[in-house]
Design a protein around this ligand. Structure first.
Ligand code: NAD
Ligand code: DAU
Length: 456
């Protein structure tokens, strides 16, 4: 677009008269020249204006070495010193944050990853940072029993990474983060995720999975919508996207045949899946009503390194290694469609970068197994015997079979899984055997009480 067209568009969007527009431009021009002379820094409104006129991201503007500023308080940033945020909650690897706007480059993005200290979130952060991209990753995690900063030890000092301890239900904190880091992408992993816990105490599932997702959506709309005052306006800052990491469990259960497709009606059976389905409905509604650019991903069961040992595969590995009974629900005939966690990460990345706005993508590896098959495989690989198997009372409302039709993501986005089940299981078993200290640490404390109550 020509500069003139951009200016006309800006004037129309903000409903300004020609005089008001001229006035705004003059103020902007003066602010830019004061900024260039190193006298002061523009307000966040002026920065927005400059970024829109020149099509440059605010991150890029703030990346200019001579005079970066904290957009929330306007303080010029000396990039050699630590900068405390107002509530001191924000930290880089658990110490005070360093503003890190100096990555430069027009294409730099700021991605807010929620729940990044959990199983899939931490794998996703490592996956992203392993590439040579210039994005900035902000990991917001409240560190429940399932969140563990140890999962991110290998990347904690990467300058592209910042950790913030906080809750996705905290709208004020989200506001600060969106402003301070100029977030343009959200990948929402944060959730309560264990079905058995949701049966005992559903309350927190509603709070985090439903209210938390809604709070995030509202914040994204507020920060990304160009003309916030106009409820009919559907224009957003170019390039923004909200990715909701959902689950195949929202579809309920299958019989012996058939696969979940994206249009399968939602029929959740557990409080966990009901909360995830509710979150999906809010995400969908924000797209339908407000035009917020979104994608929803619905993946099958993941396995791999750093999974909390309350879930089937790490629980069975942990118990095998300790020669403890292996609690199989019912007769172990339920079927799950297993995917190695790195393949889930690459699928989310494909959706983030290529997914069509408003679309849902199912993710799965065509790898159905009965629970008892998985348990027997682990027993064999770990050199144990079937005597360890203990059939226990079944989970109430237990879904019989999940199976994903992944043809949409494979045909539209060109994603394919890289690992066979045998390869993924070998990597997983090796990792748990080599990381017994990690396992010992995470199963101590709260988890010991949970385990005693759950399998008493
Ligand atoms: P996880 O339980 O290992 O991790 C969840 C993370 O979210 C933890 O780090 C926790 O501290 C954090 N968290 C919880 N409540 C929070 C809050 N209110 N604010 C901020 N952070 C909070 O979960 P996971 O297995 O890594 O799953 C991640 C996402 O993927 C979830 O949304 C889940 O529904 C979805 N999913 C999981 C699977 C699977 O097989 N594990 C499959 C499909 C989809
Ligand atoms: O399908 C995706 C979902 O997969 C995710 O959305 C959930 O967050 C994740 O927890 C997982 O849900 P499941 O209930 O399928 O996973 P879990 O590992 O708890 O159980 C897998 C199967 O193994 C299930 O049929 C129940 C069974 N099971 C589980 C445990 C913990 C047992 O037989 N014994 C056990 O002790």
């Amino acid at each position: 677009m020509e500069t003139k067209e951009i200016l006309l568009e800006l004037r129309k969007k903000n409903r300004l008269t020609q005089d008001e527009m001229a006035e705004k431009l003059m103020v902007t021009r003066q602010a830019v020249s004061r900024w260039e002379n190193g006298e002061t820094v523009p307000s966040s409104d002026t920065l927005k204006m400059i970024s829109m006129i020149f099509g440059i991201s605010i991150n890029y503007l703030l990346g200019q070495p001579q005079s970066a500023a904290c957009p929330s308080c306007g303080t010029p940033i000396d990039k050699t010193r630590d900068f405390k945020t107002p509530n001191n909650e924000i930290s880089n690897g658990e110490t005070n944050t360093k503003h890190n706007y100096n990555n430069g480059g027009m294409t730099m993005k700021s991605i807010l990853i929620t729940g990044g200290a959990g199983f899939i979130g931490s794998n996703f952060i490592r996956y992203m940072l392993a590439s040579d991209f210039t994005h900035k990753i902000i990991n917001l995690d409240t560190l429940t029993y399932a969140g563990n900063l140890e999962n991110l030890d290998t990347i904690r000092n990467d300058s592209r990474y910042t950790f913030i301890k906080g809750n996705i239900c905290d709208g004020r904190l989200l506001d600060e983060i969106f402003t301070q880091y100029n977030i343009d992408t959200v990948v929402n992993f944060a959730a309560e995720t264990h079905v058995d816990r949701s049966i005992v105490d559903p309350d927190i599932f509603v709070k985090t999975n439903v209210t938390g997702t809604h709070t995030l959506l509202e914040c994204a709309k507020k920060h990304w919508k160009i003309n916030l005052g106009d409820k009919y306006d559907r224009e957003y800052t170019p390039g923004v996207k909200f990715i909701q990491v959902s689950t195949d469990e929202v579809y309920g259960t299958l019989g012996n045949t058939g696969l979940f497709v994206e249009s399968t009606p939602l029929a959740p059976n557990s409080p966990y899946s009901a909360s995830k389905a509710s979150a999906d409905m809010f995400v969908r509604a924000y797209n339908e009503t407000f035009g917020l650019p979104i994608n929803i991903t619905r993946c099958s069961n993941n396995y791999g390194p750093y999974q909390f040992p309350e879930k089937l595969i790490p629980l069975m590995i942990s118990n095998c290694l300790q020669n403890k009974p292996l609690p199989v629900y019912g007769v172990g005939a339920q079927v799950r469609d297993w995917l190695y966690v790195e393949d889930h990460c690459s699928a989310i990345y494909a959706v983030m970068t290529k997914g069509r706005s408003g679309e849902v993508y199912n993710i799965g590896g065509n790898n159905e197994k009965q629970n008892i098959e998985v348990v027997r495989l682990l027993i064999k690989e770990l050199g144990k015997t079937d005597e360890l198997i203990q059939y226990v009372q079944d989970r109430p409302g237990h879904d019989m079979r999940y199976a994903i039709d992944n043809s949409k993501i494979t045909s539209q986005l060109g994603w394919v899984p890289s690992y066979t089940f045998e390869q993924g299981m070998k990597k997983t078993i090796d990792w748990y055997v080599d990381n017994r200290e990690w396992m010992d640490r995470v199963v101590s404390g709260e988890y010991e009480c949970y385990y005693r109550d759950m399998y008493a």
